[in-house]
Ligand binder design. Structure first.
Ligand code: ATP
Length: 356
């Protein structure tokens, strides 16, 4: 049975370093929840607090209505998958998966049945009798996942499970983990610094920095309405144009920037006229020689990178600003390097953010 995981003012310090600093959050039963942030922001520490490997200095941790703080790791019914697989190399695939079931003193026929089910789930049935040290990295990670799943955990904890794998394998395993989650609906907490992984898989995610949550939301909410410039640049690519709010009328702002006036649609922050802001503009929202309307600028085309599905442009505005634009499905007659172009940005794509 999947559980709801509630963190209440969790703090964990190592000496004078606050790895996790007063963090509160409720992860719903059955959610696929991501902790996303740069190296050293405290994601693994928080996961280890949930697993029971670290005791927080302050705070409460609840699985449904059970207080977990004094429950040892092996009694929390969590399954864990690590970046480096952490399998027992001298054992076969079957033995690795069976270990947790033996600890739980399940009868042999039940153990066999469960091992068969999870191996099918990760599409590794024919490898049951192979020593794990003869498997590839991707196969070993599938076995690590099977070993975590076989105990039917209430919470599945994944710590950078795909970081050691190449890009194609990562992509495959993302799909598989998502599908396994969809079928089992186990509450899953997944740590990564890879924003593509988080955006493509998460029901919701928390963006962490220096031991605190900067923003919690769905991938769409976070991508489209980042809380600040750190989130805007960490989750996806973006351009920043700094400016000063001239006016706010009907929730729409007019911003005086270094390259002229920019107009926004509804703003999602508590901003006031006169305030310094940083306008986040995603590269894919910049149109070259396209539609007209508000927010027209003139730019010179710098470098051009053709990537098949997309084409990337470096655009220079005067001597002061470089913007990146991404065009999808590029045509056969692109603009040329050095050409002067008009660019337009629709008001809903200009996202003014408070200065950090
Ligand atoms: P990464 O993605 O690099 O694994 P992370 O976001 O998971 O990073 P943590 O491993 O949780 O970050 O570390 C958070 C902070 O706590 C870092 O400054 C780290 O150096 C420190 N830290 C973590 N574990 C310990 C420990 N056992 N002893 C001392 N300091 C630690």
């Amino acid at each position: 049975m999947s559980v709801c995981v509630a963190l209440n003012h969790i703090t964990k310090a190592f000496g004078t370093t606050y790895a996790v600093n007063d963090v509160s959050l409720t992860i719903e039963s059955g959610e696929l929840f991501f902790l996303l942030g740069p190296s050293g922001c405290g994601k693994s520490t928080l996961l280890r607090v949930i697993a029971g490997f670290y005791r927080p200095d302050v705070g409460r941790l609840m699985f449904d209505d059970l207080d977990m703080i004094n429950v040892p790791p092996h009694q929390r019914n969590t399954g864990m998958v690590f970046q480096n697989y952490a399998l027992w190399p001298h054992m076969t695939v079957g033995e690795n998966i069976e270990y947790g079931l033996q600890l739980r003193k399940l009868e042999k026929p039940i153990r066999n049945e469960r091992i068969g089910t999870v191996l099918e789930m990760v599409e590794m049935s024919e490898f049951r009798d192979r020593p794990v040290n003869t498997l590839s990295g991707g196969q070993q990670q599938r076995i690590a996942l099977a070993r975590a799943m076989v105990i039917e955990p209430s919470v599945l904890l994944l710590d950078e499970p795909l970081s050691n794998l190449d890009a194609a394998l990562r992509q495959n395993l993302r799909e598989e983990i998502k599908e396994i989650h969809r079928r089992t609906k186990i509450t899953t907490i997944y740590v990564t610094h890879d924003q593509v992984e988080a955006i493509s898989m998460a029901d919701r995610m928390a963006i962490m920095k220096d031991g605190v949550f900067i923003q919690v939301g769905t991938p769409r909410e976070i991508y489209q309405h980042p809380a600040d410039s750190f989130v805007a640049s960490f989750v996806g690519e973006t351009n920043f144009i700094s400016g000063n709010i001239k006016d706010i009328t009907d929730g729409k702002a007019t911003i005086e920037t270094e390259v002229g006036v920019l107009h926004t649609e509804s703003i999602h922050h508590n901003l006031t006229p006169g305030q310094e802001v940083s306008c986040s503009i995603r590269p894919e929202t910049i149109h070259i020689n396209g539609n007209t309307g508000l927010n027209q600028l003139t730019a010179t085309v710098g470098s051009i990178t053709y990537l098949g599905r997309t084409e990337e442009y470096e655009l220079r505005i005067g001597d002061i600003l470089k913007l990146k634009a991404i065009i999808h499905n590029p045509g056969t007659d692109p603009v040329k390097q050095g050409e002067s172009v008009s660019i337009s940005i629709s008001p809903e794509s200009v996202v003014p953010l408070p200065m950090n």
